[in-house]
Design a protein. Structure first.
Length: 267
């Protein structure tokens, strides 16, 4: 009797393995609930959209049979994300990180938080798709100098030295390729740092981009979007003010057009 019971249990176990994930997925994953996802997304983003005065954080509900594009980056990417979303709207679902991506050491924790918050099984009726394209950048927050939480070149400490930045970027590349093996990856170089920038030294973006390219030489499958070279000739015309690393609407729109063009090529 005990032997029959054991065989019966074993039989169901083997059947379960054979059916997974096709049959068992129905019990594990549920239909995506738009209302729940939107509430969760809005809570995750908080008031950042109002702070940056952009619609880049407006909830985007996934459409079926449409590629899913993800943008990771700092305030520069926040400003151009809206343009990318608008230009690619008919071709892809375009999302950006729910916050300012910050320095390279924050990349993996931010990505993990996004997954745990928005995707099933972390969110019971959350998203259940794979990323097709990931466009990412880190660097502008690594090369800055801080005293406490304030930008300060004179008395501050640099967030990430070049060697630490390279180690972090290598970890990011390995993380993305392991976690999202089917996604096409695009790395954007860090935009220029002008003379007299607060908390940053002119020329450091060149050094950090050089370091990034050394890391990416080991990952030839990752596409390079040289946003530095694209921006540099127009920096003075596009900058918000002398010494400001941010740009006017014209500059951000142009950057968004370039990012959209690069992404569109791999869709």
């Amino acid at each position: 009797m005990q032997r029959k019971k054991f065989i019966k249990i074993l039989g169901f176990g083997t059947l379960g393995i054979g059916l997974a994930p096709m049959a068992f997925a129905k019990n594990t994953y549920k239909k995506t609930n738009e209302a729940i996802c939107k509430l969760t997304w809005d809570a995750l983003c908080g008031k950042i959209g109002k702070a940056y005065k952009t619609d880049a954080f407006v909830y985007v509900h996934p459409r079926k049979r449409v590629p899913n594009v993800f943008i990771y980056g700092d305030s520069i990417s926040i400003a151009y994300s809206s343009t990318v979303m608008n230009l690619l709207n008919e071709k892809a679902n375009v999302y950006r990180l729910f916050k300012n991506g910050g320095s390279s050491d924050q990349f993996i924790p931010n990505m993990d938080k996004l997954e745990q918050s928005m995707f099933q099984p972390g969110l019971e009726q959350g998203w259940k798709f794979d990323w097709d394209v990931i466009h990412f950048n880190v660097g502008l927050h690594d090369l800055k100098y801080l005293k406490g939480k304030n930008l300060n070149k004179k008395d501050g400490k640099q967030v990430s030295c070049i060697e630490t930045y390279k180690e972090n970027l290598e970890g990011i590349c390995q993380y993305l390729k392991t976690k999202f093996p089917k996604a096409k990856l695009i790395f954007a170089t860090t935009t220029p740092v002008p003379e007299n920038a607060k908390g940053r030294f002119k020329g450091d973006s060149i050094k950090y981009n050089k370091a990034a390219l050394e890391v990416l030489a080991n990952h030839p499958d990752i596409i390079i979007n040289d946003l530095y070279t694209f921006t540099q000739p127009h920096r003075e015309a596009w900058e918000q003010a002398p010494g400001n690393v941010h740009y006017k609407a014209l500059g951000f729109n142009k950057q968004g057009e370039e990012v959209a063009r690069i992404i569109d090529e791999v869709l």
